[in-house]
Design a protein around this ligand. Structure first.
Ligand SMILES: [Zn+2]
Length: 210
């Protein structure tokens, strides 16, 4: 197996036990992991020095509305619309995130958003909200981009599909990390990671939400 095959295998499955061998190959300059622009985010490395967790804003990861044209894709000024497409976003209205680039080049296994914090409900659950339905309804930071919200597979989804309940804050964050990886890996043409983030619902949550 060549060093590049090894890199591909570990990117395919970041939990591959051959991470240590890959780290050796990187140290011996047999294969190079590219430096990536994390848009102000940071990377945490594993015991062998390989990228393991990326911490950045949600917008940096999955993309966000273009600031230049406020998501319109065309320039506007003083209530006058111009037909020329925005140069910054090439008329798409959205600045793509780093998710696909990172997942395709680095064997990352976790993503942490610096600007998302699950809301604690008055019933004691930890909630992630679909940001396309809340319109800033909540002052806390549990709003999640709809693109990611739809990829969350764990937790107890409200019948309104507006939020998802978790027994603990760490379970909510693990589910969000998993969705972020699914988003990036699909965009990079990689298969989903096997084994969703595991969370054990509390006895209380089991009692009220069977
Ligand atoms: Zn734009």
């Amino acid at each position: 197996m060549t060093a590049n095959d090894l890199l591909a295998a570990v990117i395919l499955n970041p939990h591959d036990i051959r991470r240590a061998s890959l780290a050796d190959a990187v140290a011996d300059h047999l294969v190079e992991l590219p430096n990536l622009d994390l848009r102000g985010g940071e990377v945490e490395r594993d015991q062998w020095g390989l990228p393991w967790r990326v911490r950045c804003t949600m917008g940096a990861w999955c993309g966000e509305a273009c600031e230049q044209c406020e998501g319109l894709g065309i320039y506007h000024r003083l209530m006058v619309m111009f037909d020329e497409p925005c140069l910054k976003c090439h008329g798409t209205g959205r600045i793509p995130g780093i998710a696909a680039t990172v997942c395709g080049a680095w064997p990352v296994a976790e993503v942490e958003f610096s600007d998302v914090k699950p809301n604690k409900s008055y019933l004691g659950c930890w909630q992630l909200w679909n940001d396309s339905t809340t319109a800033g309804e909540f002052p806390e930071n549990g709003d999640v981009d709809k693109l990611l919200f739809d990829l969350i597979t764990e937790g107890k989804r409200a019948t309104s599909f507006r939020f998802i309940d978790f027994a603990t804050e760490s379970a909510a964050l693990a589910a969000l990390s998993h969705a972020a990886l699914t988003f990036g890996r699909r965009a990079a043409g990689l298969p989903d990671l096997q084994g969703a983030a595991k969370s054990e619902p509390s006895r209380w949550l089991k009692a009220i939400m069977p």
